[in-house]
Design a protein around this ligand. Structure first.
Ligand SMILES: [Zn+2]
Length: 140
């Protein structure tokens, strides 16, 4: 995957294909609308300063407004954000990471890390509740 989605990339000479996040319309003439919305489940692949933010695309101003509205109603859960930061750091170190390094890389306090881990477990329990034993088996 090309790493060309810098948010302040001013060079927008060529219109890139975008998909409306609401209706799925393909926009290839550069007329799409963008907004950054708060989303605690959105974790950037590498850069922590983009954590908790999601870029949404609308084919029209109206669709963008509806998307923004949807995210405004989505609860922003700090523990979920912390869980994502923890997962990214753990993955980067292929599962071998000390508590000190984890705290350093996530910028989280030990209490926040504990909460993030608890959220992750809670999330798994909810998932089991929803899908029961018929759902896909987890890989861990
Ligand atoms: Zn649309």
């Amino acid at each position: 995957m090309a790493d060309s989605n810098e948010p302040d990339d001013g060079a927008k000479d060529e219109a890139q294909t975008a998909l409306c996040d609401l209706c799925g319309t393909v926009i290839s003439d550069g007329t799409e609308w963008y907004a950054v919305v708060p989303d605690s489940s959105s974790i950037h692949a590498v850069d922590a300063k983009f954590d908790g933010k999601r870029v949404v695309v609308g084919c029209t101003k109206e669709h963008l407004a509806e998307l923004v509205e949807q995210y405004e109603h989505r609860p922003f859960v700090q523990s979920e954000l912390w869980a994502g930061k923890i997962a990214r750091a753990v993955e980067k170190h292929r599962g071998r990471i000390s508590k000190e390094v984890l705290a350093g890389e996530t910028g989280l306090t030990p209490e926040q890390i504990a909460e993030g881990v608890a959220w992750e477990n809670l999330d798994y329990l909810r998932w089991r509740q929803q899908f029961g034993d018929d759902g896909p088996e987890p890989t861990w």
